[in-house]
Design a binder for this molecule. Sequence first.
Ligand code: FMN
Length: 267
Amino acid sequence: MDRTSDSAAEFGGFEPRVALASLSGAADARWALAASEFAGCAFLGGVALDEATRTAARALVARDREEFLPAAPVAFVESQLAALDDAPIRAGVNVRSTTLDPIRDVAEVCVDHDALLELNAHCRQDEMCAAGVGESLLRDADRLCEQVRVASDTGATVSVKVRAEVDGVVLPVLAPRLVEAGASVLHVDAMDSESVVGAVVESCDAFVIANNGVRDRRTVREYLDDGADAVSVGRPSDDPRVLRRVREATDAWFAGHQRPTRSAERR
Ligand SMILES: Cc1cc2nc3c(=O)[nH]c(=O)nc-3n(C[C@H](O)[C@H](O)[C@H](O)COP(=O)(O)O)c2cc1C
């Protein structure tokens, strides 16, 4: 498919402004469909794409974590996205790779399915960090930006999942570099530093998804008041009671604030 990647200012977002955040080994097409009444976007995965990250994923499984380890990761992503082609939810896929070719391949699959490609600069497990992916990418901005550029050059809409509270990493400094490299979406796990969301919002014109502890009206309002364009739910993403609360609070907030996307406002 011939298209150019949405720049940060062009990304139109999704409705409702609730995303489902990846849960390795659990976040597949079925998971996304089950929550599609409550969310506008679902980040499948994370999926380890190359040998180094697959070796790390096997080590995680050996200590009882769940991981997707299909024989052919890109074909797996393709089949999962195909299952969501007609679903009422925008798909995304969260990936880890030390090498660029599989990122390019999976980004092209995302283009074909109008899905977001999310680069994982977030996982903190030792095995992933030792392989040079996950949060360790936050300390290697040149390499992370190269991943963003390769994905974005395919025409895919690129999200980067980042985490706050990583020593030596200043997210509002990193964020504009990621946008400059081609990222349209920044998916920010604020940890216990909720104010980082507002600082990232101020630093760049990405569509910002706020993550961590989004469970109810109070937590939704806190992030949206700080300028986030959307919120996301991870651990309770299989709990319709939490998802309904979050969707209702998000819809109510936007109904009361008449704010489309910040990026749309700038057009
Ligand atoms: C079991 C588990 C697996 C996870 N796997 C991934 C992953 O593969 N990629 C990723 O970016 N985040 C992953 N996360 C992080 C979540 O997407 C989310 O950022 C985090 O749980 C905080 O959001 P929450 O408070 O809504 O759960 C995982 C979290 C858990 C608990």
